[in-house]
Design a protein around this ligand. Sequence first.
Ligand code: GLP
Length: 243
Amino acid sequence: MFTIIVAENYDEASHEAMKLVRDVLRKERPVLGLTAGSTPIGLYKEMIEGYQSGELSYRNVRTWNLDEYIGLARSHPQSCHTYMREKLFDHVDIPQENIHIPNGDAEDPEAECERYEASLQDVTIDLQILGLGTDGHIGFNEPGTPFESLTHVAELTEQTRRDNAHYFGGNIELVPKKAISMGLATVMRARRVVVIATGTAKANAVYNMIKGPMKSRCPASALQAHPRLTVIADKEAAQRILF
Ligand code: GLP
């Protein structure tokens, strides 16, 4: 079961996603699943504006992020920690202790995966925000990742490293080869999931996610089984499912 919203452009897609976030923020202790990447930047801007105008507060919000690169310290300019601070957390009133992001610098990454999964054991994410990799990955669940996967050490594909090289000054060699990622089964536990996809580069992934077979070669196709999935795509990303 899914709802698809086709937005005119990126800003409208961000705005549609913000409506879902607002719904969740009405709860007493909202739990948000967050992601890095360029896709949610417009949404995070709207979340910040809501705080700055005095309309929204994040004091009671708890967040869990999808993933983090292995080998990058929290303070590394390209870490998901830094991204989240710069793009959202430094600009709103969320308490530090409410923020959860895997530690990519942990001495024992496997143990860190277990710790992270356990931190979610008694928690249900109200709204998981997802971007989409051009190969259909969500988080760093690359093609071939089993649908029943929990938080794990993920190997990044060449394509993902190429896609993300622009964050590392265009140098693919600087893009880590591994990451800690929530698994597909972890993501599926969220009460509600929203995938935001914009631009032509995402058109095939959007098609495979909702029209393709539910196979691990397109990890996002696991979401077809989610009871409350919303896909927000701009016209370019939705081109293959509309015509
Ligand atoms: C990255 C992240 C994903 C993200 C996706 C799309 O590799 N691990 O969580 O959603 O790729 O990134 P972007 O939004 O920059 O297109």
